[in-house]
Design a protein around this ligand. Structure first.
Ligand code: FAD
Length: 492
């Protein structure tokens, strides 16, 4: 194929998003609401059909609140069911996978919410369309090149036709086998966590109540799990396949194999399985891309980090990547922020992904050790404690703060503000400047909401600039700090 000299005819966009999984769709929504001209392409002809990433963590629910999809997510999903384990000695045990947590101050969504991934993606896709965006299905990234000014991508369609698109920036949200990552020459460092592959499927079946997450434990780590999926009459099956196998070669994912494994490892007969809706297999791996950015191209979601499903972190971490990158691209493209703002994406997100990998790998091995009932993981897996205190975008100029003070880099919790909720004020694509116990400085910057408050409990007197993704960027008592900070994140 010769694509030289096509420059003048190239179609253009500001951001080319490769992949319409949860990561690409979240980014698409965030860019669309910022008025950024983005093209989201997806190799498949339709959205992903399986339930695999089904735990929506508390921090992700806050992101979905900001993006305007939380009501749909809450209406379609349900709470995590209690686990009913059948042990090898025929005893039964009922336990909570995550310790129940009541609503608490600053945390409107204290526990994970269960929703099949296909439904989450449907909701994000509908929101993207509502915001004026679109996914171009059946279009794959074939190759890319870049120079100082743009990225040039060659796209292919199933009928063999190709075209080139020139974009200011490109984001590879194209999953664990990322074409973008390969094209950028970025390597992944990691390891396989299990010699066995697992069979996963969504099924309709009879003979099981939908009030529990059913597990049959035969030997340490050898658990067949059937989890009811809220809003549907489906169950999600997950089971390691190891009998006489070395873990090499493909797992049989046929409907017959699904029926056979359920009949062999549970008390249900094969005929109890009425329909097999989707099947797949996977071998748990933990791997991290050595870079999240090369020039004008970025990696996000599974393209940048692959986790064990233990702890339900993968989809959530991808959503958070997109949420971190979206506003930065928006401010560079719309508000005159220096392109160096985009350096903070890797600086902030790669250490987070490394920690998440460590956590999900640890949980993976603890499950294999058959002690899941003692894993009290809500605080770690909620992603509420993630922050960016060491980021170049976190500017804290106050001293002598109490140990538990809210500091630059921390997630800003919800709080009451003169009869309103802080989250209501933050909702939307803007940054927010709170002048607490002092007058707000004269500042005119599009995309910046300025408000004065006497003194809400959460904040000491001072100036607090809250980034569009809800983290405290600048915390200071000195108004002279503000212009320099606005120059960092764009003020045009
Ligand atoms: C069994 C299982 C259970 C899981 N449970 C959870 C859970 O409870 N919670 C959780 O957070 N995560 C969970 N995960 C992980 C979660 O599913 C993934 O982390 C998530 O799908 C990643 O989203 P993504 O958008 O980054 O990538 P993907 O979902 O892989 O999406 C990438 C998209 O890019 C498209 N694409 C690929 N190449 C190209 C190309 N060249 N051009 C155009 N498009 C392309 C693909 O078709 C795909 O639609 C689980 C995973 C498994 C396997």
């Amino acid at each position: 194929m010769d694509f030289s000299d096509a420059r003048n005819e190239d179609e253009t966009c500001e951001v080319l998003v490769v992949g319409a999984g949860a990561t690409g769709l979240t980014l698409g929504c965030d860019l669309a609401r910022r008025g950024v001209r983005a093209l989201v392409i997806e190799r498949s002809d339709a959205l992903f059909p399986g339930s695999r990433g089904r735990g929506v963590q508390p921090r992700t629910q806050e992101v979905f609140d900001d993006l305007g999809v939380i009501d749909a997510v809450r209406a379609a999903g349900g709470p995590l069911p209690r686990v009913l384990s059948r042990l090898p000695d025929a005893t039964r045990k009922v336990w909570d996978l995550v310790a129940p947590a009541p609503a608490r101050a600053g945390v409107p969504y204290p526990v994970g919410w269960m929703l099949p991934q296909w439904r989450t993606q449907e909701i994000l896709h509908a929101r993207l369309r509502e915001l004026g965006g679109e996914v171009e299905f059946g279009t794959a990234l074939f190759s890319l090149t870049q120079d100082q000014c743009s990225v040039r991508a060659v796209l292919t369609r199933a009928d063999g036709s190709t075209r080139t698109v020139r974009a200011d920036y490109l984001v590879g949200a194209d999953g664990g086998r990322s074409t973008v990552r390969a094209a950028l020459g970025v390597t992944m460092t990691g390891k396989t966590l299990d010699r066995r592959s697992s069979l996963v499927a969504d099924v309709r079946l009879t003979g099981l109540d939908r009030g529990n997450w059913h597990m049959w434990t035969r030997a340490p780590g050898d658990t067949l799990s059937l989890c009811p999926l809220p809003g549907t009459d489906h169950f999600a099956l997950s089971v390691p396949i190891d009998e006489g196998r070395t873990g090499e070669g493909p797992v049989d994912t046929s409907p017959q194999a699904v029926r056979a494994v359920i009949a062999a490892r549970t008390s249900l007969p094969a005929e109890a399985v009425l329909e097999v809706l989707w099947t797949s297999d996977y071998r748990p791996r933990a791997a991290l891309a050595d870079r999240f950015r090369v020039g004008r191209a970025f990696l996000a979601g599974d393209a940048a980090h692959i986790h064990s499903p233990a702890g339900g972190q993968g989809l959530n971490t991808g959503v958070q990547d997109a949420y971190n990158l979206g506003w930065k691209l928006g401010r560079v493209l719309r508000h005159g922020a220096p392109p160096t703002l985009l350096d903070s994406y890797q600086a902030e997100r790669r250490p987070v992904a490394a920690d998440v990998l460590e956590l999900s790998s640890r949980l993976h091995h603890s499950y294999r050790g058959r002690r899941p009932a003692v894993v009290r993981r809500a605080a770690q897996t909620s992603q509420l404690e993630i922050g960016y205190p060491d980021s170049p975008l976190s500017v804290e100029t106050r001293h002598d703060l109490p140990e538990d003070a809210l500091r630059a880099g921390h997630r800003v919790p919800d709080t009451a503000l003169a009869g309103r909720r802080l989250f209501d004020l933050l909702r939307g694509p803007h940054a927010t400047l709170l002048a607490v116990g002092r007058p707000a400085p004269e500042v005119r910057a599009p995309g910046l909401l300025v408000r004065e408050f006497a003194q809400p409990a959460l904040f000491e007197p001072g100036l607090f600039l809250i980034r569009p993704d809800g983290y405290l960027g600048l915390a200071t008592r000195d108004p002279a700090q503000l212009p320099a900070y606005l120059a960092l994140i764009g003020r045009d």
